[in-house]
Design a protein around this ligand. Structure first.
Ligand code: 5AD
Ligand code: SF4
Length: 493
């Protein structure tokens, strides 16, 4: 069983389509989110694979922080001769970059390790296996005990050490376990340049969390809130722009808690940082996620209204509508405070589309508390959302609360909540029919002559057009809307 240790408060510290080992399945990446954390993803690289190049297969579970980390692992491994591949069969190294946020996510890792053990035994006995990310941080050496196939265990703040860890494995020199919490050391040691594919990219500006919501493992697995230095972020953003990236999503567990002494010897928050990243030529769109209601300050709200490169979409989780539950969750705000914040945000940016996270069945949640969540959704109105049944995470305060809610009740509440949220999402998408939206064209679509891109509100959008438009931002007249995507017609510029 996992036991989360209280972290050292003084220590410095802080998600693409899935291919499973059994076959390929494709899943959209929702840029905005702890995407569907149960849908892992795979990285591949353009590096020509020959006999000399070593192959690394990385499977990513969980949020966009992990997607970013997996890309950076490739950057770390590239100088020592590795290239990312899309299947594990012939990989020299398999890395599972894991998520611990809900029980299901963690258990998936152990099932996958079972499949990897078979693969190693039957197909590729030389393969080395690493477990990275939040399960690695939380479970440490327990992983090797449960899954002896694993050679290396490394927490989210240690992947810059991968080359020395691999060397240690090859030398056969003892346990290879790294779970330090030194976020800034990691960033100082990552290669400056990134290898990116595509036109939209994540950029981690902040890691970790000091909020300690009572349901959540993140403060224990990612560590304390740490902000990256401004210069490092601007350099990375410039590097992305130089590789053709048009859209950057600034990410952090509490991205709006970003705070650091800037180059002008003044304290910079996220608003100031956004204004400067927006000055970089070639970057046409900016997003940021995930925000916490307690950290959305007036400066950031005002930038939301003023900065044209910022997309009109905000992920601002509330989790529950009842003040009693919000208090038990240690969210640090009431429903009224959240509502007031939304009014301010909408005043600053009237076209903003809101997205949220919701948990049903937190211990002690009654039907009447749940009705407050339904009322919240009705009153606020969400263009998109992520909703979950409360999942007991051993070691978090929520796990030992009395009045745990039964699975049946959680399922019933989730169904009712999702019916409402999904109807709002469909209504929002349908409200866009007849409007022309600028779409960042990312790829070809599934059908002949079809292109795929993202609207300002993040919906995947399909339309016909020539492939040489990939990478451009073009107006598309929306003609049809489903719950998860839009389709339309390419307009003249
Ligand atoms: N159970 C269910 N959902 C959770 N989340 C975080 N911890 C838990 C948990 N123990 C959800 C929250 C958070 C999102 C990333 O995952 O809604 O915002
Ligand atoms: Fe988890 Fe709460 Fe921190 Fe978000 S704010 S990462 S939910 S503890």
């Amino acid at each position: 069983m996992t036991v989360l240790l209280p972290r050292d408060k003084n220590a410095s510290r802080n998600i693409k389509p899935e291919k499973s080992l059994s076959g390929l399945t494709s899943a959209d990446v929702n840029l905005n989110k702890p995407r569907d954390i149960n849908q892992p993803s795979i990285l591949s690289s353009d590096k020509k694979i020959n006999d000399k190049v070593k192959k690394v297969f990385i499977k990513t579970y969980g949020c966009q922080m992990n997607v970013y980390d997996s890309e950076r692992m490739v950057d770390v491994l590239s100088p020592i001769g590795y290239a990312a591949v899309e299947t594990p069969e012939n990989a020299d190294l398999v890395i599972l970059n894991t998520c611990h946020i809900r029980e299901k996510a963690a258990e998936k890792v152990y099932s996958e390790l079972g499949r990897i053990r078979q693969l190693k035994k039957k197909v590729n006995p030389e393969m080395k296996v690493a477990v990275a990310g939040c399960v690695a941080q939380a479970e440490g050496s327990e992983i090797k005990r449960r899954a002896p196939v694993v050679d290396m265990v490394l927490g989210p703040q240690t992947y810059h050490k991968l080359p020395e860890m691999i060397a240690k494995v090859h030398r056969n020199s003892g346990e290879v376990l790294e779970t330090d919490f030194d976020t800034l050391e990691k960033f100082d040691n990552l290669p400056e340049s990134r290898q990116v594919k595509g036109f939209s990219s994540f950029l981690t500006i902040q890691e970790g969390c000091d909020k300690f919501c009572t349901f959540c493992v993140v403060p224990y697995t990612r560590g304390a809130e740490v902000s990256r230095p401004v210069g490092q972020i601007i350099n990375e953003a410039r590097n992305l722009a130089s590789q053709g990236v048009r859209e950057i999503t600034l990410i952090g567990q509490n991205v709006d808690a970003y705070s650091i002494m800037g180059p002008n010897s003044k304290q910079w928050g996220l608003g100031e940082l956004i204004s400067h990243v927006a000055l970089i030529g070639g970057i046409d769109r900016l997003r940021f996620t995930t925000s916490h209601p307690r950290d959305m300050d007036d400066d950031l709200i005002s930038i939301l209204g003023k900065e044209p490169k910022l997309m009109p979409y905000l992920h601002l989780p509330i989790q529950a509508g009842s003040d009693k539950v919000l208090k038990a969750m240690n969210r640090g705000h009431t429903y009224e405070e959240y509502k007031t914040l939304i009014v301010k945000i909408r005043k600053s940016r009237p076209d903003i589309a809101l997205s949220g996270d919701f948990i049903v069945g937190f211990p002690g949640e009654t039907e009447s508390d749940f009705q407050q969540t339904m009322k919240c959704v009705e009153e606020i109105g969400y263009a998109s959302s992520f909703s979950f049944k409360y999942s007991v995470r051993p070691g978090t305060p929520g796990a030992s609360l009395p009045q745990q809610v039964s699975e049946d009740v959680k399922s019933d509440r989730l169904k009712r909540l999702q019916d409402l949220l999904y109807s709002q999402q469909l209504a929002f998408n349908e409200s866009l029919v007849g409007r022309t939206l600028n779409v960042l064209i990312e790829n070809v679509g599934r059908e002949e002559n079809q292109l795929f891109g993202r609207s300002p509100y993040l919906q995947g959008t399909h339309f016909n057009g020539p492939a040489d438009l990939i990478g451009q931002i073009r107006p598309v007249l929306i003609t049809k809307a489903g719950r998860n995507s839009l389709s339309g017609e390419l307009m003249q510029k």
